[in-house]
Every structure is written in structure tokens, then in C-alpha cells.
Design a protein around this ligand. Structure first.
Ligand code: ADE
Length: 248
């Protein structure tokens, strides 16, 4: 997978070198390139923003540098199936399902907006040349889209086939669909010692009874999901199993 990131703060993406994505890059599974949007400006001050038409507070990112940056990236021959991700608080919420979709793409280009956002014509024009997704990390406002691009990259890269050493850990973790189709949070986990500061590991986990362990874990995952994320539990089928109800 090839990933390009367009930003006015390339240093913000430095953690990509350290993290899991850095490992994937070293192993040749992904090719990540970070670009400074200002390289596509033409004035002495390398200007990327201007005042909004219609008035109002803040600045809007000018279309010209973005247009030229996309001309370069979308014309470099490696564009088959490229998906352009604009990170914005007004986008579709980022979820594990979206991460799975993005992990199936051959090429992602992240466009990190700053200030009040990017001139809408950029998004409209790029939409005629590539698949475009506008994605939000969550219902809060960051100073820019860089942290969102980092988080999305980390969630996506670990799903790229061949990346995770242990594929089973991808199946059981939070936000993976259970057999019944519901998305559950992960059950609590324990390791040695069996007794620590007078706190005991639940005995079923020491029993060696794999069926009982699976039942207990499923039960715990359902309870936890009902308590913390009732929005993830559709209907009450799962909840009836363990006699809990989602919080109102
Ligand atoms: N830029 C600013 N806030 C953001 C958010 N919540 N998600 C994605 N990009 C953003």
C-alpha cells in the first residue's frame, strides 16, 4: 500500500517513523511519503490561507496549492484505485469498519486541513479524479487534520495483510464483529500472578475449560458493551443472553 500525506506540518507525522507504521514500511508492506503543502505555493511567503468569502472568523485554505499538489500526486502514474481522505470534523465518523475499507485500498492520500478548512472546490474537483472520503476522528475539534491522519494510518496499517504477526489478535479485539454480527468491546484480560494485592484472577480463566472460558468472555464483552457503549448493541438479543439491559 502506498500512503501520501499532504500537510503544512510534515513534522507532525514523524511518529509514523517510530510506530507500527514504521515497521510496516521497513518490511516493505507500505510506502509512506509525507509532503509539505507549501512546496506547491508560488509566492515568497508560501501562503496557504486567505480570508473567507462571505465573512466570518478564521482563515480558509486556498485552493491553488492543494490543486497543484493533487495534480502532482494524482498524475504520478501510481494512482490506480487511489482514495483521497480529507480529515475534517465535518466528515463521516472514523470506525473500525471504515479502517477495514481503507485497508483494502492500494493507495491512500491524506489531505490534512487546518484553520476553518479547505476551499470546497478542492474537494469537489478531486472527487472527479479519485474516490474521496471526508473522515472525522470524532465529535471534537482538533487544531488540524494531522493527528486524525496519524490515527487513521495506524488503524489501517495494522489491518494490511501480512502486517500483524498474530492474525488471531485482530479477530478478538474490540470493535471486531462477533458471530452474531454485533460489534462488542473486548472482555477484561489478566496475566500472572493469579493473585495480586489480594485480587484474584476470575477462577474460570484458570479452569482449563475452554468452552466455559469462551462463554465467560462473551458474557463480559456483552456486559461491558451494554454499560459503556449501548449505541453499539442493536436490539436486545445479545443482552437477553446475560440478563443485562443497555443504560437509558
Ligand atoms: N480536524 C480538526 N478536527 C478534526 C477531527 N475531529 N477529525 C478529523 N480532522 C479534524
Amino acid at each position: 500500500m502506498r500512503i501520501d500525506v499532504l500537510t503544512i506540518f510534515p513534522d507532525y507525522l514523524a511518529p509514523l517513523e517510530l510506530s507500527l507504521a514504521g515497521k510496516a514500511r521497513d518490511r516493505g508492506l507500505i510506502d509512506i511519503r509525507v509532503h509539505d503543502l507549501r512546496d506547491w505555493t508560488r509566492d515568497r511567503h508560501r501562503t496557504v490561507d486567505d480570508t473567507p468569502y462571505g465573512g466570518g472568523a478564521g482563515m480558509v485554505m486556498k485552493p491553488e496549492p492543494w490543486g497543484e499538489a493533487f495534480d502532482t500526486l494524482l498524475d504520478d502514474g501510481d494512482v490506480e484505485g487511489a482514495t483521497v481522505v480529507f480529515t475534517t470534523p465535518s466528515g463521516q465518523p472514523f470506525t473500525q469498519a471504515v479502517a477495514r475499507e481503507l485497508a483494502s485500498k492500494g493507495r491512500l492520500i491524506f489531505a490534512c486541513g487546518r484553520y476553518e478548512g479547505i476551499d470546497q472546490r478542492v474537494i469537489d474537483e478531486v472527487s472527479t479524479r479519485a474516490e474521496v472520503r471526508e473522515i472525522s476522528l470524532g465529535d471534537y475539534v482538533l487544531n488540524g487534520g494531522e493527528v486524525a491522519a496519524l490515527a487513521i494510518t495506524e488503524a489501517v496499517v495494522r489491518l494490511v495483510p501480512g502486517f500483524m504477526g498474530n492474525a488471531a489478535s485482530l479477530v478478538e479485539e474490540s470493535h471486531t464483529l462477533s458471530d452474531s454480527g454485533a460489534s462488542l468491546l473486548e472482555y477484561p484480560v489478566y496475566t500472572k500472578p493469579a493473585s495480586w494485592r489480594d485480587r484474584e484472577v476470575p477462577p474460570v480463566l484458570l479452569s482449563g475449560d475452554h468452552a466455559a472460558i469462551a462463554t465467560w468472555r462473551h458474557d463480559q464483552a456483552v456486559r461491558r458493551t451494554a454499560e459503556r457503549r449501548p449505541d453499539l448493541v442493536h436490539g436486545s438479543v445479545l443482552l437477553d443472553d446475560v440478563q443485562v439491559r443497555p443504560a437509558e
